[in-house]
Design a protein around this ligand. Sequence first.
Ligand SMILES: [Cu+2]
Length: 225
Amino acid sequence: MMLPFFLPRAVIVASAVVVAAVGAVSRLAAAGTVIVTVKDNKGAPVSDAAVYLTPLDQPPVVTAPPEPLVVSQQGQEFEPYVTIVVVGSSVSFPNRDNIRHQVYSLSKAKPFEIPLSGPGTSQAIRFDQPGIVAIGCNIHDHMSAYVVVVSTPHFLKTATDGLARFGDLAPGRYRLDVWHPRLAGETRRDLVIAANDAATQTISVTLKPDKRIRRAPDGSGGGYK
Ligand SMILES: [Cu+2]
């Protein structure tokens, strides 16, 4: 007796799903929003934090961009300081200075070394494992950058307001990770996002002091050129 009732119900549910997927308005109405604020222990907003949400209910699909992202060497600094990429992405490292650099990483996720390279040269590196890749220059010890390799399409880097706003998230369980170069480890928490939810999360982090010297003392002094 159950079967005749059950089958039509299943058909109706299936067609409702199709309609929701086609109608952008229905899909947006059901999606959730998460706004993450990253603050330090004094309440000041933190920039350059990598904030990412990994769906836990089904493995997320990530697609590497067709063109490499760019981390340049400019004014004896890497620019940008923090770059977030999905697994499989390539990053090119153009030298836009008039001196030579030697870009490298000793990180577990992607150890590499680009040979000593002069002005105008560029080499791309593919990041094929998730993790934090700390990058330096063998010639200029003060130069420092990070590539954060994630396996989720939902990632943002905070600007000076410390905000990361994720919209259009499918309802379900997520892991929220926050990472920053001056954080001892990752800050992690689990979230459940309901349909039509607009959740706000404030993450307080205790940052280690900024030991970076933002500019080389004086490029005219000779030495490693
Ligand atoms: Cu250098």
